[in-house]
Design a protein around this ligand. Structure first.
Ligand SMILES: Cc1cc2nc3c(=O)[nH]c(=O)nc-3n(C[C@H](O)[C@H](O)[C@H](O)COP(=O)(O)OP(=O)(O)OC[C@H]3O[C@@H](n4cnc5c(N)ncnc54)[C@H](O)[C@@H]3O)c2cc1C
Length: 464
């Protein structure tokens, strides 16, 4: 006699991305490896999509009228292989929990985004990049294998050498090829939990870009904050921070007793909703940007910072996304290939001229992309800006920027996207048809669906 495992109970939920700009009602179902198949069999006509910690900014992890499957964080099953230098962990495990296990053992994740509150499943599905893309590539480059459940509930193991088509369609595939159950990936061995950081305040965009280009070959982590309100000869001024993992011998005596100590705290939480116009406006942001720029040293080298301080400073403030108020915000992130520096400058000029209250602006350099059909990074410059949703004229401004970016051979990051169009995805991702064919092979009925997939035409329209 066989007993069927009941799907975990779902409940109605209003889900949004980190930008809080567009929520939709769904049935949120908590699953683990044992209940996943039953939950997939239970999916309604509107299908289902996996969700991690909801740190993508837009709508890829929500599914209006359908189901959203949230994988349990199986922290007890984090297995480090010291010989291979890899870890195997459940897709629902967060980087926060993972770092607490691996850093004291002398390892770091191969790629981290600007927050620790993402899951392994979310990191693979978005093929996330970090401040080290020019040196180490994106997360998918380090995954040696993953197990996933397909729409017909078959569980398959794929990797770069095992059904590479499905593997690379899943890396960056925004959950639309199946639910990742667990994954094995390479780690970076580290001697200490500290970063040796060089900070440099730089007066204009050209200098920032030439310094970043020059440090490609000898700096592992590099990122620049840009003041998008600066104009004229100061256009694109900013603060460049480069870093390496500190060796144990670089530590101060007080730190050397426990060189791999990892302590990540949140120091303050933003109240539920802050009245945005009172907080984020042109005057407050102009003052903030000026202060942020001036407080940076002209040059400071060899400063020791903790992993959270260098990689995840925003995590120090819980729910900081609410500071934009009820209408939420969006992050506009694009990449343009090397050679299109004039386009990057033109984008910055247009945003600067629009005088939007923008304080979070990040510029990075990408190395070459990987075989992921929908993986975002290509060799070039990527700029990410946070801007409050519903600003008058914002759509028109962004549509104009889209044209500049796409004409230059660039593209937009789906994990951040909230406003682009199916046509922009088709132009930006020339291998979209290959990806659609693989998606069709593993999910002909379009079981996996999200608000993003419907908005951008990535899944077939289902009528039953
Ligand atoms: C403050 C902040 C800083 C960030 N910095 C960066 C950065 O530097 N670089 C970068 O690349 N990104 C960055 N991000 C974006 C973030 O890394 C990605 O959106 C990531 O995918 C979020 O992971 P998550 O677990 O929250 O996934 P969710 O946001 O919940 O989901 C993201 C996608 O992953 C899919 N997914 C989740 N779990 C699974 C699974 N088990 N199987 C299949 N698909 C799954 C979902 O369906 C969805 O399409 C940042 C986000 C924030 C809030």
């Amino acid at each position: 006699m066989t007993t069927s495992v009941p799907a975990s109970r779902g409940h109605r939920a209003l889900l949004a991305g980190w930008g809080l700009a567009a929520s939709s009602a769904t049935e949120l179902v908590d699953v683990d490896a044992g209940t996943l198949a039953a939950a997939v069999k239970d999916l309604p006509a509107r299908g289902g999509i996996a969700r991690g910690l909801g740190r993508s900014y837009g709508d890829p992890a929500q599914n209006a009228g359908g189901h959203v499957l949230r994988l349990a964080p199986t922290n007890e099953h984090i297995v480090i292989d010291d010989v291979a230098g890899t870890v195997t962990a459940g897709a629902g495990v967060s980087f926060d929990d993972l770092l607490a296990v691996i850093v004291p053992r002398g390892y770091f994740v191969p790629v981290t985004p600007g927050t620790r509150f993402v899951t392994i499943g979310g990191a693979i599905a978005s093929d996330i990049h970090g401040k080290n893309h020019h040196a180490d590539g994106s997360f998918g480059d380090h995954v040696t294998s993953l197990r996933m459940m397909l729409a017909d509930t078959t569980v398959v193991t794929v990797g770069p050498d095992n059904d590479p088509d499905l593997f690379w369609a899943t890396v960056g595939g925004m959950g639309l090829t199946g639910v990742i159950i667990d994954a094995t990936f390479r780690l970076i061995p580290v001697d200490s939990s500290r970063m040796s950081v060089e900070t440099r305040r730089i007066d204009n965009l050209d200098d920032i870009m030439s310094r970043m280009a020059a440090s490609d070959s000898n700096v592992r982590y590099s990122v620049a904050w840009i003041d998008l309100l600066a104009k004229g000869k100061h256009l694109g001024r900013g603060v460049l921070t480069n870093a390496e993992h500190a060796t144990a011998t670089q530590l101060a005596a007080s730190q050397a007793t426990d060189p791999l100590c990892f302590d990540a705290k949140q120091i303050v939480a933003v109240p539920p909703i802050v009245p945005a116009p009172g907080v984020i406006n042109r005057l407050s942001v102009t003052a903030f940007n000026e202060l942020w720029y001036r407080k940076a040293p002209l040059v400071r080298q060899g400063e020791l910072q903790s992993i959270p301080a260098y990689f995840h400073p925003l995590d120090l403030v819980g729910n900081w996304n609410r500071v934009y108020g009820r209408q939420g915000f969006l992050q506009y992130q694009f990449v343009v290939p090397f050679g299109a520096e004039d386009v990057l400058r033109a984008v910055i000029e247009r945003i600067s001229a629009a005088t939007l209250p923008i304080f979070l602006t990040v510029l990075k350099r990408f190395g070459a992309g990987n075989p992921g059909h929908l993986s975002f990074p290509i060799g070039g410059w990527t700029l990410a800006i946070d801007v409050r949703a519903e600003r008058a004229g914002l759509s028109a401004l962004l549509n104009g920027l889209d044209t500049l970016v796409l004409d230059a051979g660039g593209r937009h990051y789906l994990a951040k996207d909230f406003q682009t169009s199916p046509a922009a995805v088709r132009r930006g991702y020339p291998r979209l048809d290959e990806w659609l064919a693989i998606r069709e092979r593993v999910d002909p009925a379009g079981v996996w669906a999200s608000d993003l997939s419907r908005r951008l035409g990535l899944t077939p329209f289902r009528t039953n």
